[in-house]
Write a protein that binds this ligand. Structure first.
Ligand code: HEM
Length: 275
């Protein structure tokens, strides 16, 4: 009999959305940095992969539009997921991504624990940093999407705004892109994959599940709640077969390697570009 040592955390649709975001974000980062660093060998090589300087722009715009389509679909998905019968109470339950007062308390308790002053917080299903990541993508995509569309069709855009507005749009797009890449390639990678239980790679988003013992240690309130509701056993799943795990590791490591390559390339070459 196979032991069910893992607990289900993400649905197939949620995992698919994450892969979609992973791929589109990496393409946007590579093509955007390619254009931004065109004066350097790093930028020229990135553009070459996508067919050259002009083609990199086309890829960036069309993948950007697909990415924004994903945001619209996700908003529709949320409309279906909301428990309208218990609205608005249902928005504030422990399975919701909406921030609640407990997140602020847990944040301060977590920081105090980093300094050895307090016990770690008993997290429920979502930690404050996961909610932060989720909402950062939401508002970040709106800012980067609106400015990106203005830059993609500058003549149409200049009919509704003064020309200098495009300069502002470029700077807002650029700064938001740097913020997003910095956050994902440094903070998100570090927190997701270098945490004690996850090192060297957190497979949760690829496999859909996490180890039960680790979850009991990291998120005791979640497991206790499921046990008291009698829902835990229904969520237990076995470890993925070896072949599947190998594929997950290959995909995960490839994505992390591409992100780190872009990060290091951007930092090392930064002194050689003129913005
Ligand atoms: C997370 C997603 C995105 C990232 C990381 C990103 C990154 C970048 C970067 C680094 C640049 C270069 C800025 C510069 O030259 O200084 C850029 C430019 C640009 N981006 Fe994005 N971008 C993203 C999403 C989008 C979206 C959704 C669109 C719209 C469809 C878009 C359209 C553009 C356009 C038109 C340019 C100007 C390209 C040029 O002419 O050089 N971007 N982006």
């Amino acid at each position: 009999m196979t032991t069910k040592s893992r607990i289900k955390r993400f649905s197939p649709l949620q995992r698919l959305s994450h892969i979609f975001l992973m791929i589109t974000f990496l393409v946007q980062s590579a093509t955007g940095l390619g254009r931004m660093y065109m004066e350097t060998g790093f930028g020229q090589w990135l553009c070459w992969i996508f067919g050259g300087y002009e083609a990199a722009r086309e890829v960036h715009i069309w993948v950007g539009i697909v990415m924004l389509g994903g945001l619209v679909l996700h908003a529709c998905y949320l409309m279906f997921k909301i428990d309208w019968a218990n609205f608005p109470k249902s928005l504030f339950g422990p399975d919701s991504m909406l921030p609640r007062g407990a997140d602020i308390k847990e944040f301060f308790q977590h920081v105090a624990w980093f300094f050895g002053v307090r016990k770690p917080p008993a997290f429920d299903r979502w930690g404050y940093w996961e909610k932060f990541d989720y909402w950062a993508v939401f508002w970040g995509m709106v800012i980067i999407g609106v400015t990106g569309l203005l830059l993609a069709w500058p003549i149409a855009a200049s009919r509704i705004m003064p020309g200098w507005g495009l300069n502002v749009a470029l700077w807002v797009h650029r700064i938001e892109a740097i913020l997003a890449m910095g956050h994902v390639f440094i903070i998100h990678f570090f927190i997701a994959h270098l945490r004690r239980h996850n090192f060297p790679l957190d497979r949760a988003m690829l496999e859909g599940s996490v180890n039960l013992d680790d979850a009991r240690h990291e998120r005791p309130a979640w497991i206790k709640r499921l046990e008291s509701e009698g829902a835990l056993s229904g969520l237990l799943v076995p470890e993925a077969v070896v072949g599947q795990r190998v594929v997950h590791y290959l995909i995960g490591f490839a994505a992390v390697a591409i992100g780190l390559f872009l990060l290091v390339g951007a930092i090392v070459n930064a002194p050689h570009i003129h913005l």
